[in-house]
Write a protein that binds this ligand. Structure first.
Ligand SMILES: Nc1ncnc2c1ncn2[C@@H]1O[C@H](COP(=O)(O)OP(=O)(O)OP(=O)(O)O)[C@@H](O)[C@H]1O
Length: 342
């Protein structure tokens, strides 16, 4: 049974007093997240990502549909049950949301005090958590004395305090520089691998998904337009909005204006070779072109790595006899995707 399951969930916000229309923030979404996964939810601003996670931890109430978390219905549960449910779900935010008047120690201790844990339990758990996130020496500092990455590590320690099964991360690295982002992503990977916590990451940054997630759902206008294994969605996005998103991190086939610029600078026939893990290697393609006496120059593209699996698109300018190029490309077409750009 999935740890988180949504079935035909919709969430509408009523029309505003000043005549704003009814907003269908979530529109008939079904989604299963298995225990142990790192599940990415991506989409442009306003796609409905935050609303979706707010539904999962019952900060918002669904208009219709079913949401089941760890075997319990989230929709229409009494407040007392809701509190128990929330102990199972930790959350971290873009702006960290730390208590500025409390020390690092007291920020992390806060959820444990609310949950009624004893002094000794709190002492042991906070020590353990600050060690885990590498901030044992900052226990008596205040948030304003910390860097952005350190603040988010406190946020993670606080979110893990009650030993939740699920961690929801809403744009948790969007306010951080690239290096700090990677530090926090490495910590989230440890949270998943060492503590076995299922993580749902919302982001508009594709490279966060690329380096962290195992599964991904692409949202657009309140709907999930594509979902699946990160490698599959990245290496072969089927929907237009996923393709637009993926193209922000993956150099694919050149767009018409880029192609026109490439044609001005390079002679010969322009051909894109698309590779996916398990296909023929780039080396064999280059060797075959060279063996046929075809001159080639790499003019666009790149190879990407997702958790040890490679894919990418390489666009080459080929010069040689047309009939030789035709025969060679025809030969390769069974083993990799070959596309001549008109
Ligand atoms: N409380 C609310 N009242 C009215 N409309 C809302 C409310 N919360 C969200 N919306 C609307 O629902 C839609 C989805 O918003 P949501 O914040 O979930 O998107 P998002 O993908 O998380 O965007 P962002 O990345 O900008 O946070 C938007 O049109 C938003 O304006």
């Amino acid at each position: 049974m999935p740890l988180i399951s949504l079935r035909n969930v919709t969430k509408s916000f009523p029309p505003g007093r000043r005549g704003e229309p009814l907003v269908h923030a979530i529109d008939n979404v079904s989604l299963d997240i298995e225990a142990g996964e790192i599940y990415g939810i991506i989409g442009y601003s306003g796609a409905g990502k935050s609303t979706l996670v707010r539904l999962i931890n019952a900060l918002e109430k669904a208009t219709s549909g079913d949401i089941i978390v760890d075997g319990h219905q989230v929709t229409n549960v009494p407040d007392r049950q809701l509190r128990t449910l929330r102990l199972d779900i930790g959350m971290i935010f873009q702006q960290f949301n730390l208590f500025s008047a409390k020390t690092v120690w007291n920020n992390v201790a806060y959820p444990l005090r609310v949950a009624g844990r004893t002094r000794d339990e709190i002492q042991a758990r906070v020590t353990e958590l600050l060690d885990f996130v590498g901030l044992a020496d900052k226990a008596s500092n205040y948030p304003e004395q910390l860097s952005g990455g350190q603040k988010q590590r406190v946020g993670i320690a606080r979110a893990l305090a009650t030993s939740p099964k699920i961690l929801l991360a809403d744009e948790a690295t969007s306010a951080l520089d690239p290096e700090t982002t990677h530090e926090v992503l490495r910590l989230l990977r440890r949270v998943n691998e060492e503590l076995g916590i299922t993580i749902v990451v919302i982001t508009h940054e594709m490279d966060v998904i690329q380096t962290l997630a195992t599964k991904v759902a692409v949202m657009d206008s309140g709907r999930i337009v594509e979902q699946g294994d990160v490698f599959d969605v990245f290496s072969n996005p089927r929907e237009a909005s996923s393709q637009r998103f993926v193209s922000t991190v993956v150099r694919g086939i050149p767009a018409p204006d880029e192609l026109a610029a490439l044609r001005e600078r390079h002679r010969g026939r322009i051909v894109t070779f698309s590779f996916r893990d398990g296909d023929s290697s780039q080396a064999s393609v280059f060797l075959e072109l060279a063996a046929a006496g075809i001159e080639f120059e790499l003019i666009y593209g790149g190879i990407n790595d997702i958790r040890g699996r490679a894919f990418g698109h390489l666009t080459l300018a080929l010069t040689g006899a047309d009939s030789v190029i035709d025969t060679t490309l025809h030969h390769m077409a069974g083993r990799i995707t070959v596309k001549e750009l008109a």
